[in-house]
Design a protein around this ligand. Sequence first.
Ligand code: ADP
Ligand code: ZN
Ligand code: ZN
Length: 735
Amino acid sequence: MTHHPAEKNPDQPIWRCAVPTPLRRYFDYRAPADWHGTALPGLRVQVPFGKRLITGVLLSTASESTVSDTKLKSVSEVLDTEPLFTRPLLALLTWASGYYHHPVGEVLPLGLSPSERRGRAERGTDIAALTLTKKGLALPQNAPHRAPKQAALIAMLRHGTTTLSDLTQSGFSRPVIRALIDHRLAKETELSQTDRWCMRSTPLPPNSEQQSVIEKVTADAGKFAVHLLHGVTGSGKTEVYLQTIAACLARREQSLVLLPEIVLTPQTLARFEARFDAPVLALHSGMGDLERDRVWAAARRGKAAIILGTRSAVFAPLQHLGIIIVDEEHDAAFAQQDGFRYSARDIAIKRGQLEHCPVLLGTATPSLESWYNADKGRYHCHQLTQRAGQGTLPSQRQIDISGLDLSAGLSAELVEKIDSTLSAGHQVLVFLNRRGFATALVCHDCGWTSGCPDCDARMTLHRTPAGLHCHHCDRRSSLPRSCPHCSSRRLAGTGIGTQQTEAFLNDRFSAFPVVRVDSDTMQGRESMPNLIKRLSDGEPVLMIGTQMLSKGHHFPHVALVAVVDADALLFSPDFRGGERLLQLLTQVSGRAGREEVPGEVLIQTRHPDHPLMQQLAGPYDKALPELLAQRQRGGLPPFGALGVIRCDSQSRQEGLDFLEHLKRDVASTKSCQLIGPLPAAMARRKSRYRSQLVLTASSRAALAASMASLVNVAESKRHSHRLSWSVDIDPYESL
Ligand code: ADP
Ligand code: ZN
Ligand code: ZN
């Protein structure tokens, strides 16, 4: 339904709308000529924008506009009878747009499901499921010619209709599901959400430390409070989450659980489903739009009891929010690092405040920010100091490898230890945070290295499949047989990656299975659950992998964790470098000794005297006062506020000039300093030049004010369309 200009009614009020454009402002329209209802904030509207009609959101009304009456257009259509945004969610999104200086029209759609963003109606809350057709049911039990995955799916569906998310959790990919539908062996159907919100299994009796957190968090029901749960790895934090959620469930309030990564979802989801006989719904980027639409509706209509999601689920609409839990709150995955840059953990805290519910941050390695807030009494801090169940914390030792001969990065002592651990029948985890075979290919005659043509980075040498791969822009090329510069054949890899260590371990420990765990081998969501299943019988297995191994997984039978190259993390120029090293190594060490087998951690370093290596030897929280003191000396977060304007341009000079102009227009003040413009640590990436202007301020308010004036100037500056800029408040990385 489109309105002609003639239908414009000058008596109608002005509607101030957010529309999805990169402009940081609202747009005025006149209410539709025939509109007599209440103009509720949050209603979606179709509005003319240029030559198109787009979906915007009504935010407020006004009697006058700065736009002249002749230019003022009318809203074409009102899409909703009641807003799809709850009031607190609308408030949260507008707050986030202001806090992060990001266009409101691009932030608001995050509170909508994919098809709602495109202007469609809310979908039903029933869940998509798959069921066998008559033809499928009639198949003989073991149809021989079917692909094994399809046969397994048919076998599973024989037990009954299964939801699509359960199928993906069980490792059935979309193509497999599609194939059965295409062959008319199965069809999509709908299951309604259960109305039961009950327990399926009885909780473990909590120990006294767990009991105390559960009581205190539950006592804060209905009001805002932040609880930091610092529990050593394996101390039963998840059990605490389950029991606080049980209390919410009993009050029929919804729980929102944020997890850092997609790989965490299947294992955790299974644990939640085993505990609760209630709708537990996952929300992550691996899901299709249809599935997301339904989860969104179920959450909004109060049908979902528990939402388990990754970063962007912090914007899921919820009717009666009882608690927000952020697991592994220190994790970098909560920081959205492109486009609209935000911290899902920080937004969760703001949301708790707006929704009047407690927020529980759990981790074995608190971020300095959260630790500081707890120390200042802004957060309640709880400790779980013991491993729950049978586990004990592993012992730790460093191996000084300076001057030693290494095989694929491993010292003789380490190889010896791996040998004795495997021979004793235990599992071993070798940690090396570099995938590929070697970090670069080098010519021994002229010194040529395999630089990426599009980035200021070296292309990594891969063996399986063979080739060069840039981990920054994804460019791949074949392996040169001779040096492109001097034609020498003396090319060799430098810097060891997981593939190289894997090859060595395979060779040396041929009697044991060696599994490589990195993003090259763990594609999709299938592999991690499979690996965990494979490890669960406790047979000796040797794992070699990257930080993917450090992420909260419960490997019950790992007795030895070996850190191949702690030094690679030791000299990071970023202000979070030290914090990240301690978190990563504490987390990876935490994979050892989680059940009966006592754990041991060996760390190879050439710098055993480095302060960070010394701190690593003690408990994690002992290191924090010194790290905080360093931040304080540098005026860095959590003491000072930090913001960055990042610029991306076709030529190096263009970006630097743009930022230089901004800087000239907005003077430094006593409370806010401008640093730069400077090229980013990786100045060129994907053929684009990256530069930045850093703001440091003594307070958030000072930062917000200076950033607002910079953004104002930037918006009004004409620049080439090949240049783009963005704002990063509380950046995770400052380089
Ligand atoms: P975290 O989340 O801190 O890593 P988990 O909640 O996964 O720890 O608990 C680690 C192990 O200890 C799990 O096997 C869990 O079942 C067990 N566990 C947790 N709490 C208890 C308890 N109160 N009594 C017995 N076992 C427990
Ligand atoms: Zn050469
Ligand atoms: Zn590249």
